[in-house]
Write a protein that binds this ligand. Structure first.
Ligand code: ADP
Length: 471
């Protein structure tokens, strides 16, 4: 089975969040299991592109409005990632230092999707499945089935995976002409609330839709940034498949980014060595329990509540905990996190920015990993924390609900809370105080977590079954 994945992110080429981790790992494991999986993504100006070898395999052009855009398709020559990687280079549009956050993002990703399809149209042998990820490739199932110039691609099954339904790729109907010609009476397939909505188009036109956890699939029927009715209506073709993680990147036994490697047997001493180094770097006391947060600084992650939560926990426990935050995003939230440092110099620190190496060191060195998310389609951080033996403290939403069992329940290993409110988050953290003192219990929970199979094996099989059903 040949699968072409189309995505805006892919680790280690370009990463903003979990989408990159998934698209960097799923195709690799699909190849290992006998499929032929390839990835097409935009060619940004990233270190990976500068430092690796590429060859041009296709050249073409697309119109966006009045502009003719020349594009190149670069193929990575050395199979560094375990799958064929194709970068779509559109000079002037895609060749920027980061994936998103530009005034012309809609034009950039529409041109990207058209360039991918123009290139695909030129293939002698077409793939068996086109697998699109998030709204940046949501127009593709529509264009493949409706646009005259892509008639040849009509019979290829499409899968559309939703990694986050909050972001939908809206654009005004004045951009209508960016989409290649189709029967105008079909324009309702693109529309939601009088706008072109790439995510809605992807959900309607893909042969099958997946979300990255079952819990999230249920949630979006009642909370999906306006698309709730659509998800209720299309429920019949939607399925939840929980993400895996890549043990070649996330494994405390082999991780070269952490201070001391460790496994099940030496988890206590291994984590201790990593914690001491981490606490030293951030001026924290390694004898206190360390609670960390890693993630995008956006309200969906609940990180805006951290100042209040930390205040409450420090007051109630007389400063018994340490806190460490790694994140970047919303400037107001970043400011709040930096301000808190003035008040709690000895037991709180923050690194504002994106730092892959530090994230590995935190997963390895922290005792608890806090995820007070309001929305969490799957969540990878809690899976990494399980592998590294750090106890996840999570809200009961989406994928967190599917992957973390409270230690009070049979076979449990994490801490869960119901309300994404400072009082309930604080209470959950404080539950960790007694746990931390009980070394035997901590060891037992860590062992239990680290034994959980978070690999891609199950998800790869589920995707494979889904593709087969579509053929
Ligand atoms: P989302 O995709 O919503 O951001 P996920 O939990 O699915 O959330 O994935 C987040 C990924 O991004 C994880 O690999 C996490 O370690 C990483 N990450 C998020 N913020 C940062 C940061 N500031 N520095 C390093 N890694 C980060």
């Amino acid at each position: 089975m040949e699968i072409l994945h189309i995505s805006a992110e892919c680790y280690p080429v370009a990463k903003v969040g979990g989408l990159a981790d998934v698209v960097g790992a799923l195709p690799k494991y699909q190849n290992k299991f006998g499929d032929i999986a390839k990835v097409a993504m935009p060619c940004y100006k990233t270190n990976f592109f500068e430092k690796n070898n590429f060859e041009i395999v296709h050249e073409g052009g697309v119109w966006t409005g009045d502009y003719w855009r020349h594009f190149n398709v670069f193929k990575e020559k050395d199979n560094k990632l375990g799958f064929d990687l194709y970068l779509i280079d559109i000079p002037g549009l895609l060749d920027r230092g980061k994936p998103y956050g530009f005034y012309d993002d809609q034009e950039r990703f529409t041109a990207f999707q058209k360039a991918v399809l123009n290139w695909l149209n030129s293939w002698a042998d077409l793939p068996d499945v086109v697998h699109c990820h998030d709204h940046h490739s949501g127009l593709i199932p529509f264009m493949m089935t409706q646009c005259f110039q892509y008639q040849r691609l009509k019979e290829i099954p499409t899968v559309f995976t939703i990694h986050n339904a909050q972001y939908q790729g809206w654009m005004g109907w004045d951009k209508f002409s960016w989409i290649p010609a189709f029967d105008n009476w079909k324009s309702g397939l693109l529309d939601w609330d009088n706008n072109i909505n790439s995510m809605a188009a992807g959900v309607r036109c893909a042969w099958s839709v997946t979300t990255v956890s079952c819990g999230y699939l249920e949630e979006i029927k009642s909370r999906a940034n306006g698309l709730e009715n659509l998800f209720q209506y299309e429920a019949g073709k939607c399925v939840g498949i929980v993400n895996g993680i890549d043990p070649e990147v996330w494994n405390p036994k082999t991780d070269r980014q952490i201070v001391a490697n460790y496994g099940l047997q030496d988890v206590t001493s291994g984590k201790k060595a990593n914690k001491i180094a981490l606490c030293k770097q951030f001026g924290l006391n390694p004898r206190k329990p360390l609670v960390s947060f890693i993630g995008r600084a956006v309200p969906d992650k609940g990180v805006d509540l951290l100042p209040e939560v930390i205040d409450e926990v420090c007051n109630e426990t007389d400063g018994a905990f340490n806190f460490l935050v790694l994140g970047s995003g919303n400037p107001d939230i970043e400011w709040g996190l930096k301000q808190l440092r003035k008040k709690y110099k000895d037991c709180y620190n923050v690194f504002v920015g994106y730092n892959e190496k530090l994230s590995h060191q935190i997963y390895a060195g922290t005792d608890f990993l806090l995820m007070p998310s309001r929305v969490e389609p799957c969540g990878l951080n809690q899976l990494y924390s399980l592998c590294y033996g750090s106890i996840p403290i999570v809200s009961s939403v989406g994928g967190l609900k599917d992957t973390v069992v409270d230690f009070g329940d049979k076979g449990g290993y994490g801490i869960r809370f119901l309300w994404v409110e400072p009082w309930d988050i604080s209470r959950a953290i404080i539950r960790g105080k007694e746990l931390f003192k009980n070394h035997q219990k901590m060891y037992a929970l860590r062992k239990r977590m680290m034994k959980i199979d978070c690999s891609w094996t199950k998800a790869v099989k589920e995707y494979s079954n889904l593709y087969l059903k579509l053929k």
